[in-house]
Write a protein that binds this ligand. Sequence first.
Ligand SMILES: [Zn+2]
Length: 228
Amino acid sequence: MRAWLNALERWFLPSRCVLTGRASEHLDIDDTLVAKWPVPEAVCPVCCEASVLGEVCGHCLTQPPAFERTQVGFYFAAELADLIHGLKYRNQPAYARLLAELLAERLDTTGVEALVAVPLYAKRRRDRGYNQAELLGQSLSKITGIPLISGVRRIKDTPSQTRLNAEQRRRNLQDAFAVDEKAFSGIGQIALLDDVVTTGATMQALAQSLKTSTEIKTIQAWAVAKTK
Ligand SMILES: [Zn+2]
């Protein structure tokens, strides 16, 4: 039924690239642009940092993070960075669907029972009008059929992390999240979702809070893009 509806929608509303305005074959973006975006290939499956043969990196072997696997669509570059900035800072919530579609095409969703969007602090969410990770989560949930669960809150207003190093980010995020255990009862495997992952400190803090207060066994970290 959904495939049929999609075909119908496409017939009435043919895809058009949101950046160039030209008709596009597939999603609402020119396929030739997407084909040029850099993709993480030789990376550690746990943290997605470069690792020559794609093996688990030394850091993850000696100090395993609270999540077991990281999957990202692309590196944060080129037009993708414009789309993500548009979603986050230029009030373009409609980009969430396109970004979720791009990510979904690259994800292995096997075994994941629930999605959890990385929450924003309440005041930030109010200022922006929405949480971009939640919008991505709603779209990704529709595409994959995996339910989006809202059982986490950000209880600490962490100042922008952009200028902080890995250790400062980690400290900045201590006790940043509160978990409603009941929302996760009976769930063994989840994926955390954010727009961009940088050092993984946010994913680590959230995964740690979840593993401490729930029975969840396996956590994945998913993001549309990763900074190099
Ligand atoms: Zn690693």
